[in-house]
Design a protein around this ligand. Sequence first.
Ligand SMILES: [Fe+2]
Length: 370
Amino acid sequence: MTQLPDTSSSLLSALDRGESLPARWYTDPSITEREITHVLRKSWNYIGPLSQLSAIGDYVTGYAGGVPVVVLRNESGLAGFVNVCRHRRHEVMKGRGNAKTLQCGYHAWTYDLAGGLKRVPRSASEPNFDLADFPLLPIRAEALGPFVFVNLDAEAPTARSCYGPVLDLIAESGVVLDTLVPYSREEWRSNANWKTMLENYLECYHCAVAHPGFNAAIDVRPDVYTLETHGYFSSQSGPVRPAALEGKARTRLYDVSGTVRQSQYHFLWPNVTININPGFPNLSIDVWTPDGPNATKGISEQFFGPGVSDEFAKSLVAFNKQVAAEDDALTDSVQRGLLGGIPDKGRFLTNSEHLVIHFQKMIVEAVGTY
Ligand SMILES: [Fe+2]
């Protein structure tokens, strides 16, 4: 039997009824390819902290929809480029650091900080060769608070117009963004579709069931835990539990008694999340990137406010890792369910899972009929 393609309108009206996307949207490599083209290459991709781009020549490398990119500071401000040499397409820069020029490690083609090609060994004897024809390709780079993003799409709305109000919400938590200090950066990989993982992030219906430590620290009851969509971003927030503040939690917890009295979990379309937990000023930012349909590769950066003790930092990082490990077990299991393909669709609870529905609708609108 040939399966007819799902139309966008039929999928969107199914989502309004609480019916999820079909299973193959999570397992079919051609859908992942469309997501890379139509979602990740048309939206803002987090690259790194602005504090690591403060001096001229500072650079940070990363990827946007699978394209190697570099952001640097030059005389004019922040500049973004495709981090691929115009010669043989080797990646030009690696990691993060400070450089006077951008020199490719393959044949030493050398670009200045404005992306202009300045030196090519043996090119003087090459006929019909003009350095000016091969600059690094520019892309958009934009700072939003202390975070730097890039976008491969010249037509996309600015990062500030997509996510600007997130900065105001974070300020309400007691975290002062401009004072945050980078603490750690980790790369990770997980065995579930990137959407499976983000859809788990976008609801806390599972928190009381699957996260005993988290549930002891944060009040996840539906009357106090809020979930709000705001177009290009969505936000969840829950207050710290009084029992945890008084040291009476039933589970052993990190010290939640600092100035931050609420948790905040922000999702920035399509694949960035920002987390604040109760306690001393803290923030982490994650990027969730498809690695084929059945795996996700990610980056997590942790920041703390000035003067936060190393003991608190270590205990909060351990808390976040525990929650992430519990979530990985859940999403790995969901992915096995999706790979089986039966049942084809799930059923949401629209009051507790409307952020997930909003995300799936944005995916359908971006990917189109398929
Ligand atoms: Fe979770």
